[in-house]
Design a protein around this ligand. Structure first.
Ligand code: ZN
Length: 315
């Protein structure tokens, strides 16, 4: 639930340009200042327009990063150069590193390092704007849910080592899975109960409700409820990728399941959450809603609270 919006404006300032024939050189000729506007909620933002030059775009990218908001989209009002030629450096800031693999938050403003968990950006409208994540690790990179298959993102992910595994949390967030698979040759993992016409070719359908280890760091935990084939991915004892199963609610100040967006069965969703209780992790990374980070003991208490709340909510 959105509580408030803020609006900030970046002003590029005037740019000097050659005056041209007949210009009175006693006053400098300038290109008008252009602006870019960041509309932000508590944690996320959209940017309206993206200036003109690369240098402006770089300043803009730093400004957006300094806002500490998670940029969801750049809205270009119209196709004139001074509204989008500067977008390159803003887009090049993705994927954006959230945490290193020891689970500590990445230092503010740090350049993305090679190892860690990244927010991909490039949210896809076909997956209802869901967040996708990239794990860069020695054991093979993992893409969690499908961002938009956009050339700048593909190049950045190539530079970070490509994708070995594409984990799809559930049927709603598969979007461009086929394009990512074709480009990187990655194995796609999706629970069999959520395999449909567009995902029939996935290499690794998961069956049943028992957890499945993909390797010594990655465990798929089927968590039916939001959909019949929803599943979470646990990385080490640090990160739980939850898709639309669980997220942090700012309004309630706790972890919740989406009672109003439960497509399969709420009772099953509660039971799936109960089965997560013995798992240790310190980051909860959802497709929708807010992520949260606690040390593992506090996270375990937060999960208990979540289950207690869910049990109190009518079916
Ligand atoms: Zn969903």
């Amino acid at each position: 639930m959105l509580d408030r919006l803020s609006i900030d404006v970046f002003n590029s300032g005037y740019k000097q340009v050659p005056g041209g024939p007949g210009w009175d050189d006693r006053s400098p000729a300038t290109w008008p200042a252009s602006t870019s506007t960041l509309i932000a909620g508590d944690t996320q933002a959209v940017l309206v327009d993206a200036l003109m030059t690369t240098v402006e775009g770089e300043r803009l990218a730093t400004w957006v990063r300094d806002s500490a908001k998670q940029l969801r989209a750049v809205f270009v009002t119209h196709g004139h150069a001074d509204h989008f030629f500067g977008a390159g450096p803003v887009l090049a800031a993705f994927p954006d590193r959230l945490a290193d693999l020891a689970g500590r938050p990445a230092a503010d403003g740090a350049a993305p390092g090679p190892l860690g968990v990244y927010h991909c950006g490039y949210h896809h409208e076909d997956s209802f704007g869901a967040t996708s994540y990239l794990v860069v690790r020695p054991g093979g990179n993992v893409l969690v849910d499908s961002p938009r298959y956009a050339a700048p993102l593909v190049k950045r992910i190539e530079a970070l080592g490509g994708v070995r595994t594409l984990f799809l949390t559930h049927q709603d967030d598969v979007a461009d899975h086929d394009k990512w698979h074709k480009h990187f040759g990655c194995e796609r993992v999706l629970h069999a109960a959520d395999v449909g016409a567009g995902t029939r070719e996935v290499e690794r359908p998961i069956q049943g409700t028992e957890a499945v280890r993909l390797d010594d760091e990655l465990t798929v935990i089927p968590t039916p409820g939001h959909t019949r084939g929803s599943a979470c991915l646990l990385l080490g004892e640090q990160f739980l990728f939850t898709g639309d199963h669980l997220a942090w609610s700012e309004r309630r100040g706790q972890i919740v399941g989406f009672r109003d967006a439960c497509w399969y069965d709420w009772g099953t969703l509660v039971e799936s959450t109960r089965r997560l209780l013995p798992r240790r992790f310190s980051w909860l990374l959802p497709g929708h809603g807010r992520r949260c980070h606690f040390e593992a003991g506090e996270m375990a208490r937060q999960m208990q609270r979540c289950v207690a709340w869910m049990e109190s909510v009518a079916r």
